[in-house]
Ligand binder design. Structure first.
Ligand code: XMP
Length: 483
């Protein structure tokens, strides 16, 4: 092949702004469309939205809010492994049918220590155990709020504890809690040892969030990012998370593959790998790694990315999604493709689904929500939240994401920092995006996401066309316009 052939054989690395969805014959009303999808082989989502593992996007609060709304937030790794494990633990503790990871105290614990534990874990009551795990009593906020701080738990606890067993159903537990006007029901075995805890709060939450993603024990589904090179972190997270995501900018790399092989062997969680951008990369993930549960695709499209500006290397997300989805199809693999980076609105998500993606991962959109950890700032009468790339100098200062990028790139930055408009609670964004996505599916005539893969047709659009399909030739009022 001559050098000139490189132009002839060049692919069209098209992305969102280059295409539109063609309207198709439809027999459905948008409301009838289902936006349910798979994030991994076994984790299904009620809507195809995932929040990026970035320290201005996903910590426990975002992960909890998204899981309660049937979506997923991936905990970031720009912190110590212990801090990330704590975040995962908080997600798992947010609700459960039976809490297994019960925090207990003993009769010798002082009231002062108890109050500290209450505020540290935001918990209002603890089972009291002696000789390891034998239930001796229960102590709640009501018992201690006026008590002398020098007293011990044994002096104020309720000794006559109402308990349940492993066989106690949700309805029975609710009946017992109501009847005795109590909030917590320790679950004990035949020898009186604490095996779990049921709480009124958890039972009520189950009714409040019927769409929540829960595991078999009623706990929220949790996903977390790891470096492929940090097996210890992956193993520590594995106790709490359902999904692990390798978090590197260019996963199609011998060292990443070898390191991930070890993670795949050692953890029980499902593992999503990425980011990748080509058919060949997807093919290698599917054929050379055993047990990959999802592909995270797109390189350089993120709103805070400067990778492709600096290096001229990248795989725009829509292009990457079509490449990976074809590999998945060709190999008959049951592995969802997650389009990551550059998705701004439901239309972008619709075209990503049209080329075979199962879900959309977004940082920018979720960074603007109340539940994101970024700082809220007011600028010229409007609210914004801080948002920066994981390759930006700001994120790299914390030093935990250095290996997201290649060695020499440590000297350059592959991300930028700034602010995004504040968007309010994540539930509002999800319903807005679900509405928009269903409307797009209505135009296509697709009842489900797999039907989008089959039925959706795309057309290319010119730059002038792209201007025409956005509002134009009209004066619009806005705070930035001077009279
Ligand atoms: P959006 O468009 O939602 O994209 O802001 C979020 C995705 O961008 C990726 N990411 C980066 N890519 N430099 C990059 O090249 C960075 O600093 C950076 N930080 C995040 C990541 O895949 C994320 O999900």
């Amino acid at each position: 092949m001559g050098f000139r052939d490189k132009f002839k054989n060049a692919d069209n690395a098209l992305t969102f702004n280059d295409v539109i969805l063609l309207p198709g014959w439809t027999t459905l009303e948008p409301d009838e469309a289902s936006v349910k999808t798979q994030a991994t082989r076994s984790v299904s989502l009620n809507a195809p939205f995932i929040a990026s593992p970035m320290d201005t996007v996903t910590e426990s609060e975002m992960a909890i809010a998204l899981a309660r709304n049937g979506c997923l937030g991936v905990l970031h790794r720009n912190c110590t492994a212990e801090e990330e494990v704590d975040m995962a633990r908080a997600v798992k503790r947010a609700e459960a049918l039976i809490i297994r990871d019960v925090i207990t105290v003993n009769p010798e614990t002082t009231i002062e220590e108890l109050l500290e534990l209450m505020s540290e874990h935001s918990i209002s009551g603890f089972p009291v155990v002696e000789n390891g795990d034998s239930l001796a009593g229960i102590v709640t906020w009501r018992d201690v709020r006026l008590a002398d701080k020098a007293l011990k738990v044994g002096d104020v606890m309720t000794k006559d504890v109402i308990t349940g067993t492993e066989e106690t159903s949700l309805e029975e537990a609710m009946g017992i809690l109501h009847e005795h006007r109590i909030e917590k029901l320790p679950i004990v075995d035949g020898k009186g040892r604490v095996r779990g805890l049921m709480t009124m709060k958890d039972i009520t939450l189950k009714g409040t969030y019927p769409d929540a993603l829960r595991d078999e024990e009623g706990r929220l589904i949790c996903a977390a990012a790891t470096s492929p090179f940090d097996l210890e972190r992956a193993k520590a997270l594995d106790q709490y998370v359902d999904v692990l995501i390798t978090d590197v900018a260019h996963f199609h790399n011998k060292n990443c593959f070898e390191a991930t092989e070890k993670i795949l062997k050692e953890v029980e969680a499902e593992v999503i790998v990425g980011n990748i951008g080509t058919y060949e990369a997807a093919e290698d993930c599917l054929t050379k790694l055993d047990g990959v549960a999802g592909l995270r695709v797109g390189i350089g499209s993120g709103s805070i990315c400067s990778t492709s500006v600096v290096t001229r290397a990248g795989a725009p997300t829509l292009y990457a999604a079509s490449q990976a989805a074809d590999a998945v199809k060709d190999y008959g693999a049951d592995v969802p493709v997650i389009a990551d980076g550059g998705l701004r609105n439901p239309g972008d998500i619709a075209v990503a689904l049209a080329v075979g993606a199962s879900c959309a991962m977004m940082g920018n959109v979720f960074a603007g929500c109340s539940e994101s950890p970024g700082r809220l700032v007011a600028l010229e009468g409007r609210y914004y939240k801080e948002y920066y790339g994981m390759g930006s100098p700001r994120a790299r200062r914390k030093r935990f994401v250095q290996d997201r990028y290649s060695q020499p790139s440590k000297a350059i930055s592959e991300g930028v920092e700034g602010w995004v408009p504040y968007r309010g609670p994540v539930t509002d964004i999800i319903s807005e995006f679900v509405g928009g996505l269903k409307a797009a599916m209505g135009y296509v005539g697709a009842r489900t996401i797999p039907e989008m893969w089959d039925k959706a047709r795309l057309a290319l659009i010119t730059e002038r066309g792209a201007k025409e399909i956005a509002p134009h030739d009209i004066m619009r009022p806005g705070p930035n316009r001077e009279p």
